[in-house]
Design a protein around this ligand. Structure first.
Ligand SMILES: [Zn+2]
Length: 599
């Protein structure tokens, strides 16, 4: 996962001036960062958590736009706007990092919330105003093309979709999202005398004892079923709001609105349907074979929902490293073998202390990569505990970090990040490329076991992505559907994409399994991106099997483009096709099979 949320601190943070950190800033894992460039618009020392200091900069930009006399003036104005946006983004990121690294520090939380509650709401209308001024600017057509094509397209899209009357609806929608998260997060079960969250219950599905697994799985499923009506109720209200938002923006249905809202200019609903068909035809047979093999290894007649996460040979978990320093130095070894430039990038992150990787008390859960947008440097946060999953996470997040490092030379802030469909190509490719050298962590047998788990995970995720995506296409093109029709549709999709799993006796749990998928509630339509990106990553990997040096060169070149080109061009630069059809997927499935057969 990667999140780029900026967060701030109460301070006078000026990367190029002598800095006096406010107390919360001392909580950052890193020291003062080297400035990428001297500031032009912003004072060297200013408090980016103080709106009275920020406001005059927006005023200045608004006034100056009218005085631009040439395309060069307008371009320079854009770069100043970029500087301001990047500094604010970095401020927010720093506050977020300080808070997630120290959840037990009240000052850090306060500093972050101050930015979210008092700065961001003020920023939004001012950023929107600058976007309007820019799009309407008489000199804009004189700016170099295709340099500004993507920026103009995205900025205009944002303006086109905005409806003031939808703002209160979006606030309602955000509240419902919060309700969903609160409900999901509040659920606990009593298991063997102890109260456990549903997340904590996940690990029992990896236990060799099948009776225990079944008990754990059923407890969780039944706990969720008790709340099924509440989940449905929240979702029905969300549907109603989304329908109104789409209609107010002039769309026939929410699907078409969401495609625009997500900036999907390069693929259509029909392409997603083609993806679903291709997954069914090309990938599902492999998934079925893997499931059958798992069933045989576990010596079972049928595979039940609680048999999917356990090691099929009942081996204890892999132990890739002893502590986080050990993990970092072994990861560094992988990059040393992979590529000199990437290796130097990861070393630099260590030198600048841009990594906070160990699990410890007082740290938020999960992992993310965040970019310090003004210093143009990446930061990685995770909670390593010594599992193979941690190795996958560090490789994944390092891929995002390499992306951030690759775009440092780009002065337009918006172009320093790519669309998510390509961001995840950067990270997922790094998992595959890094795994080629995973002997840095393991003896040869364990290395192959780790690779196998990874590749099985890749094969298995495609049908789930197709299920979740197809479900949402149906939901948002069938207004007025009933809850029963909705769950029937879901069950049919589970039958289409679920493979060999026997759900006998668990039909009710299966019919509402989608309640677990946060994206369906909170980030509608945002999911197929992972499938698109995984296809890209598999192509990068296939490419590297043929010509490693060339594949890495293309990969790095594509990363360097950031978000400056449309998606198909980013894929093409990485040596990939931006297609989701059978012709693209077939050879990748062939490679997966071939590699799995070796492991
Ligand atoms: Zn990611």
């Amino acid at each position: 996962m990667d999140v780029s949320v900026p967060k701030p601190v109460p301070l006078g943070i000026a990367p190029h001036a002598p800095t006096r950190y406010p107390p919360a800033m001392k909580l950052l894992p890193f020291d003062t960062l080297p400035a990428y460039k001297p500031r032009r618009l912003l004072p060297a020392a200013m408090d980016l958590g103080d709106w009275s200091q920020i406001r005059p900069l927006f005023d200045q930009l608004e006034q100056r736009a009218a005085r631009c006399a040439s395309a060069a003036d307008l371009e320079s104005w854009l770069l100043d706007w970029s500087e301001l946006s990047a500094a604010l983004d970095e401020e927010s990121s720093k506050r977020y990092i300080a808070m997630t690294c120290h959840t037990d520090d009240a000052g850090a939380e306060k500093a972050y919330l101050h930015f979210v509650e008092h700065i961001e709401p003020q920023l939004k209308p001012r950023q929107f105003e600058l976007a309007k001024i820019y799009i309407a600017h008489r000199l804009r057509p004189q700016l170099a093309s295709p340099r500004f094509h993507v920026f103009d397209r995205d900025t205009k899209n944002q303006l086109d979709l905005f409806r003031p009357e939808s703002v209160p609806l979006e606030t309602e929608e955000a509240k419902l999202s919060q309700q969903y998260q609160k409900l999901s997060g509040s659920l606990t079960v009593r298991f063997r005398g102890e109260e456990k969250t549903l997340v904590q219950m996940g690990r029992y599905l990896e236990e060799p004892d099948r009776v225990l697994r079944q008990e754990a799985w059923e407890l969780v499923a039944n706990r969720r079923l008790q709340e099924a009506d509440k989940f449905e109720e929240i979702f029905d209200q969300m549907l109603e709001l989304r329908w109104q938002i789409a209609t107010q923006a002039g769309f026939e249905n929410y699907r078409d609105y969401a495609f625009r809202r997500l900036g999907r200019f390069d693929y259509l609903p029909a392409d997603c349907e083609q993806f679903h068909d291709a997954v069914e035809r090309e990938i599902l047979p492999v998934v079925r074979e893997l499931q059958a093999e798992r069933r045989r290894q576990l010596k079972l007649d049928t595979l039940r929902p609680w048999d999917l996460a356990v090691d099929p040979l009942n081996r204890p978990p892999l132990k890739p490293f002893a502590n986080v320093d050990d993990m970092v130095s072994r990861t560094q070894q992988i990059f040393n073998r992979l590529d000199g430039e990437l290796s130097a990038g990861f070393q630099r992150m260590q030198d600048l202390k841009l990594l906070d990787l160990a699990n410890r008390k007082g740290k938020a859960p999960g992992g993310y990569q965040s970019t310090l947008a003004e210093a143009r440097l990446p930061f990685i946060f995770m909670n390593a505990v010594g599992l193979q999953r941690d190795v996958e996470t560090i490789l994944h997040e390092a891929g995002h970090a390499f992306h951030a490092l690759a775009t440092r030379g780009e002065d337009l802030y918006a172009y320093r990040s790519a669309p998510i469909e390509f961001c995840e190509v950067a990270s997922m490719s790094m998992e595959l490329l890094g795994n080629e050298f995973i002997e840095a962590f393991y003896n040869p047998a364990d290395a192959n076991r780790a690779r196998r788990t990874h590749l099985e995970g890749i094969a298995g995720i495609f049908p789930w992505i197709a299920t979740v995506d197809a479900f949402q296409h149906w939901i948002y093109t069938h207004p007025g559907h009933t809850r029963l029709e909705r769950s029937d549709t879901w069950v049919k999709l589970m039958e289409r994409f679920g493979g060999e799993v026997d759900w006998g006796g668990c039909e009710a749990a299966r019919a509402s399994l989608w309640h677990r998928q946060l994206h369906i509630f909170i980030h509608p339509f945002y999911y197929i991106e992972y499938g698109i990106a995984q296809l890209g990553a598999l192509q990068v990997w296939a490419h590297s099997k043929r010509d490693k040096a060339r594949a890495l060169k293309d990969y790095k070149k594509a990363l360097e483009l950031g978000g400056s080109r449309p998606l198909p061009e980013l894929f093409e630069a990485a040596g990939c096709r931006f297609e989701f059809d059978g012709a693209t997927i077939q050879p990748l499935v062939g490679l997966l099979r071939e590699e799995l057969a070796k492991l």
